[in-house]
Design a protein. Structure first.
Length: 274
């Protein structure tokens, strides 16, 4: 699987981009041990004018490169945590709905439809506005708007799995229905659900940036969205303050999508050779 992933251009490019982002996130505390929100030099210092501040400083004299590295930590943390929460909730709900059937299936799917009626970003925006801006709240809000897709995919897979021989054998030996659903059925329904992870991670990174841009991100953390918003006031005189974090955001999202495409291609190639 790994060999096939690295045999595709998408897989190579996506893995390289994500590896660089992960290295930046891990190295941020070592390369920039100071608080990235603290004043580090003169204000509005242009890029490549001072070796101590390679990418310049913002209106308050905060180092842009330090913010970029620390912002990578927040973006990756939010994307991975929100995707994990959405996939877990969606997989559990979809498995229970598909395996139980009847009234339970109808009730859970109607709940999923109710969440799908409201656009995901508006739901996230409302949740953060009510609960208050903090990193755990942002993760929960993004997961709240993203679990319905995995739930529907998991339900569709479970409907085709629940009548297989190994599930019937588990019923015969007297296993509890919930144990059968979670131990025997759900693991076999996970691969198609996991295929949605790249889309959810990329969407979570963009949503977190949008919330920070609107001032609803965690005020105690540096984020790319907040850096882009900070540059709005001086967009004519110092456009780099918005352009640099904007490029980082685009690269991160493209890297996630390419990695996801590479995984899909590798999985399809593996199935063809089996």
């Amino acid at each position: 699987m790994t060999r096939r992933l690295f045999s595709t251009p998408e897989g190579i490019a996506g893995t390289a981009i994500l590896a660089l982002l992960a290295l930046a996130a891990l190295a941020a505390p070592m390369l920039f041990p100071r608080d990235p929100l603290s004043i580090a030099g003169p204000s509005l210092l242009p890029p490549f004018h001072d070796p101590a501040h390679i990418l310049g400083t913002d209106r308050l004299g905060r180092d842009v490169l330090a913010g970029l590295f620390h912002g990578a930590r927040v973006s990756l943390a939010v994307g991975i945590a929100a995707a994990a929460a959405a996939l877990f909730v969606g997989a559990v709900v979809g498995t229970i709905a598909g395996f139980a059937g009847g009234f339970v299936d109808e009730a859970l799917m109607r709940v999923a439809e109710a969440f799908q009626i409201v656009p995901g970003f508006l739901l996230t925006l409302a949740f953060v506005s009510i609960a208050g801006p903090s990193l755990p709240v942002v993760v929960a809000a993004i997961a709240l708007g993203a679990w319905t897709g995995p739930a529907r995919v998991a339900r569709a897979e479970v409907l085709s799995i629940r009548e297989r021989d190994h599930v019937a054998a588990s019923r015969v030996v007297g296993m509890h229905p919930l144990e059968i659903a979670l131990r025997e059925v759900m693991p076999n329904a996970l691969p198609p659900v996991m295929a949605l992870s790249s889309v959810i991670v990329a969407g979570a990174v963009l949503t977190e940036a949008a919330l920070s841009f609107l001032g609803l991100g965690d005020p105690n953390r540096v984020t790319w969205g907040a850096m882009i918003a900070e540059g709005r006031a001086v967009l004519r005189s110092a456009p780099y303050l918005s352009i640099i974090p904007g490029i980082a955001l685009v690269v991160a999202v493209v890297g996630v999508y390419l990695f996801g495409e590479g995984v899909v291609e590798a999985s399809a190639s593996r199935r063809r050779y089996q």
